[in-house]
Design a protein around this ligand. Structure first.
Ligand SMILES: CC(C)(COP(=O)(O)OP(=O)(O)OC[C@H]1O[C@@H](n2cnc3c(N)ncnc32)[C@H](O)[C@@H]1OP(=O)(O)O)[C@@H](O)C(=O)NCCC(=O)NCCS
Length: 446
């Protein structure tokens, strides 16, 4: 018998000893997924960085659905976008706001951008040694590897002083766009036998401009394209302290480990398709749906597909309609609303209205069908449109979730610093033992 058959047998037998019935969780007062009975999150901290409003409470404390609002340091993100003085550095302005708590003056924003720009260059030989020589099959894993490796280039990597954390964090942040783009170039060169293209970042460019210029063969992009990517980065910059990857960062960092390890843990969490990895899943799902029913499909055909997905009869068999549902938002996710608007503008410019209209129609049908099936209002979330926005910009799918990392890094950093300053206790919850206490049986008697 080969080893795997033994293993399968042990695994089968183990079910007699290891099971935990689902109804024991409420019986022992355990909040699965750190969720209250009404699906709201269990309070695990206090934050002044960002707020995600997805429901209200009535006088009796019942949860009431409402349109979603996302605040960065108390400012509704919509007001930051709907401004008249767009200056091309919206994401950097949000980074300043999230990290320091107030809106920068023009001089302060310029000085902050210079700090970031001074960190754009990678350490000597980092590109050759860690990215070109060691291509990764998955860029999210590669980003974790790169973060852990940056530790070795820091003369004082274990220093977790708050100010040093800020400095180290900004230094990593400014390098992430090149690391992600080069990791992609290395991957497609090695695995897909494509030509290797390395463009260096320009110091006068914003994060969004640099990503586009490093990614494109001719390094060129339009103002509208850079604006769309700037908005995407801006909208993903933070989502409160309860977000899985942010909470993971605080859990890991609360042990007083180094910032590189804490950030790698966040990337690991963000990779999952229930979290940041959903943007790739949406994009694949939509492609398959269009393949299956055609771009001119009727609403009835779309509804049929949603039912098939729920019944695990459609291609990915996950039972999830990716890009829908949210842990906090109920009636709407403001980021999806904003993305829908901007995608419409850029789709028109690029002559991609037909696919955009398919997304719009499918969104309406899926919301209705899902809400009826689940008996609760389900909204589209940011990932429904973010993959499509990247597609409009010609950004390869491999980079969808890494772009989320580039953007969310600042949120992780702001919460990491806030936690160090004002909470600073090791996160250590409890788990109840529900097994039996048993006698040891000598080997010959088993
Ligand atoms: C985002 C998400 C993880 C939130 O999960 P949550 O708050 O724990 O919601 P729940 O899992 O409690 O949802 C309640 C029910 O709706 C279902 N549900 C939630 N989102 C769903 C979706 N997109 N498609 C199908 N069913 C969904 C759940 O499976 C659950 O069903 P059940 O009660 O029969 O087990 C979930 O909506 C999801 O997986 N969405 C798809 C992935 C995605 O788009 N992620 C990006 C988030 S920004």
């Amino acid at each position: 018998m080969d080893k795997n058959i033994y293993l399968a047998q042990f695994y089968g037998k183990s079910q007699n000893y290891t099971q935990i019935p689902r109804d024991w969780f409420p019986k022992f007062g355990v909040k699965r997924g750190l969720r209250n009975e009404d699906h709201t999150g269990v309070l695990v901290g206090l934050t002044r960085v960002a707020d995600v409003v997805g429901y209200k409470r009535d006088a009796e404390g019942n949860k009431i659905d409402c349109d979603g609002i996302l605040y960065y340091r108390g400012i509704d993100v919509r007001t930051l976008i709907e401004r008249e003085d767009y200056h091309g550095f919206l994401y950097e302005e949000a980074c300043f706001l999230l990290l320091f708590g107030y809106l920068p003056t023009r001089e302060e924003l310029d000085a902050f951008c210079k700090v970031l720009q001074s960190g754009y260059d990678l350490p000597d030989e980092f590109l050759e040694m860690n990215l070109l020589r060691l291509p990764g099959k998955n860029l999210m894993n590669k980003l974790q590897h790169a973060l852990i490796t940056l530790y070795n280039y820091d003369p004082d990597p274990d220093n977790i002083d708050v100010y040093q954390t800020l400095r180290k964090g900004l230094n990593i942040m400014s390098k992430l766009p090149s690391i992600a783009v080069y990791a992609y170039m290395s991957k497609v060169h090695y695995y897909n036998r494509q030509s290797l293209v390395i463009h260096y970042p320009r110091k006068d460019y914003s994060t969004a401009q640099n990503i586009l210029s490093m990614l494109r063969l001719d390094g060129r992009f339009t103002e509208e394209e850079a604006h769309l990517l700037d908005i995407l980065l801006f909208l993903h910059a933070d989502h409160g302290g309860g977000t899985n990857s942010t909470f993971a960062n605080l859990v890991v960092s609360s042990t007083n480990t180094d910032i590189y390890s804490a950030m790698a843990a966040s990337v690991a969490a963000l990779k999952g398709p229930r979290h940041g990895g959903a943007n790739v899943k949406v994009s694949i799902m939509m492609e398959r749906i269009i393949d299956a029913i055609g771009i001119k499909a009727t609403d009835a055909q779309m509804e049929d597909v949603v039912h098939k997905i729920l019944q695990k009869k459609f291609k990915n068999h996950s039972g999830l309609v990716y890009g829908f549902g949210h842990a906090v938002y109920t009636l709407s996710d403001p980021r999806a609303e904003i993305m829908r608007h901007f995608c419409g503008i850029v789709a028109k410019e690029k002559g991609m209205d037909e696919i955009y209209n398919f997304y719009r129609r499918f969104e309406k049908v899926a919301i209705k069908t899902l809400s009826e099936a689940k008996g609760t209002h389900m909204c589209s979330n940011v990932d429904y449109y973010s993959g499509f926005a990247y597609q409009l910009l010609g950004i390869p799918r491999d980079l969808y979730t890494p772009l989320f990392v580039i953007s969310r890094f600042v949120g992780w950093l702001a919460h990491n610093i806030e936690h160090k300053q004002y909470d600073d206790r090791i996160v250590r919850p409890a788990a109840k033992y529900v097994g039996e206490i048993r006698e040891y049986i000598p080997m010959e008697d088993r």
